[in-house]
Design a protein around this ligand. Structure first.
Ligand code: GCO
Ligand code: MN
Ligand code: MN
Length: 403
């Protein structure tokens, strides 16, 4: 019997939002093409395709006007569906973008009552998630932005969001929820301009919070691509800062509308470097596919979409292992950073180091002659990705740590 080497397992921590597999294919020009599916049935779909976790906004599960008795019934049924399917609730969030009350923003809106309502809704979403066992709380400021900057000073929005996140951290502590709060940036859509357009902007913001240790980021492939940026660079900076709490995997052609394509569907090479990075560093938080099936698909197609996200991740993970074990690739990597005897140490400042550095005479011309065979290196990568290079040589182990 052959077991599928690209089959998902719980240790991969693959998760999907109710809004992703439940997406009905509505877009600004056309109505829904798929019938609504109940949350319990979406969990069954996730169990069937082999996902580990489910994520939700409060109102993906509980209607915005539900009575508390109805809410409790829904939560009970949902918990049962999760237990039956062996699917965990991984992440929760509050929907602060759909209802008309949030048309001017939520936590940064001008009307103090809107801000207070948004905060109350978030506290209740945190209660809901805690009841379901979620450990990650995501804040995506869908409506926190503008079409015209005449409406408020942008630094007021920064202050309002800081006050709100500080408040939520206190609530998290007071209730012993143990959430890790992850901030998700997006440059635009649905607003003309969002206040925290990139992961880098949030990384800077986090350092100004009262409980900075509790707060990290949730970078999304499509969002960095929409801004024309390199997702792997953003993720690497977050990782290095100890802030990569969660990740939204999908795909997006730069310069297009907010596409939310299946992971690796549009830019497989960029997806490869991202997966390779996550695997090289040992990222072990949830891997969330925040995407949806093409509008042309039906319910079966939604399963193809979900399976495809996970399968592409695992194929790229296998390619990354091959890349790391490829002797020719590794030889190039070793050569391009080979030490040169006698060159002064620059990693750490000290009086003697600086003296040695200032006294050293560099042969600039000679140094500049080292070959940097990146054409060859990139082509080897392409050969490997396109399947004409195996990447592993028999009996070969990597000679250096993964870069
Ligand atoms: C988007 C966002 C959302 C968020 C979600 C969780 O572009 O709409 O990516 O899908 O991730 O609201 O907070
Ligand atoms: Mn998105
Ligand atoms: Mn997202």
């Amino acid at each position: 019997m052959h077991s599928d080497p690209y089959a998902p397992h719980p240790e991969h921590k693959f998760s999907f939002g109710l809004w992703t597999v439940g997406n009905r294919g509505r877009d600004p020009f056309g109505d829904a093409v798929r019938p609504p599916v109940k949350p319990g049935d979406l969990v069954r779909l996730l169990g069937e395709v082999g996902a580990w976790g489910v994520n939700l906004h409060d109102n993906d599960l509980v209607p915005i006007d539900a009575s508390s008795a109805y809410r409790n019934q829904i939560v009970r049924d949902f918990k049962k569906a999760c237990t039956d399917q062996g699917v965990v609730t991984s992440m929760v969030s509050a929907n602060l973008f759909f209802d008309p009350v949030f048309r001017d923003g939520a936590l940064t809106a001008n009307d103090p009552a809107v801000r207070a309502y948004a905060l109350q809704k978030t506290l209740r979403a945190m209660d809901l998630g805690a009841e379901l066992g979620a450990k990650t709380y995501v804040i995506w400021g869908g409506r926190e932005g503008t079409e015209t900057d005449a409406c408020r000073r942008p630094d007021d929005a920064v202050v309002r969001l800081r006050d709100a996140v500080n408040y939520l951290c206190e609530y998290n502590l007071a209730n012993g929820y143990g959430y890790r709060i992850a901030l998700e940036a997006k440059p635009n859509e649905p607003r003309g301009d969002a206040y925290f357009p990139t992961t880098g902007a949030y990384l800077a913001f986090i350092t100004t919070l009262a409980h900075a240790d509790m707060v990290g980021v949730n970078p999304e492939v499509a969002h960095e691509h929409m801004a024309g940026l390199n997702i792997t660079h953003a993720v690497a900076q977050a990782w290095e800062a100890g802030k990569l709490f969660h990740i939204d995997l999908n795909d997006q052609v730069i310069g297009r509308y907010d596409q939310d394509f299946r992971f690796a569907a549009a830019n497989p090479k960029a997806a490869f470097f991202l997966v390779k990075f996550l695997e090289d560093v040992g990222y072990n938080n949830p891997r969330h596919f925040d995407a949806h099936a093409y509008r042309t698909e039906d319910h079966e197609g939604v399963k193809d979409f979900a399976r495809g996200c996970m399968r592409s991740y695992l194929i790229l993970k296998d390619k990354a292992a091959r890349w790391n074990a490829d002797p020719e690739i590794q030889a190039i990597l070793t050569e391009i950073e080979r030490d040169r005897p006698g060159v002064p140490i620059v990693e750490k400042y000290s009086e003697s180091h600086v003296k040695a550095l200032l006294a050293y005479s560099f042969d600039r011309i000679e140094i500049g002659k080292r070959r940097l065979p990146y054409e060859r290196l990139d082509q080897l990568t392409i050969d490997l990705l396109l399947g004409v290079r195996d990447g592993r040589a028999a009996g070969t182990t990597p000679t250096r740590k993964a870069p």
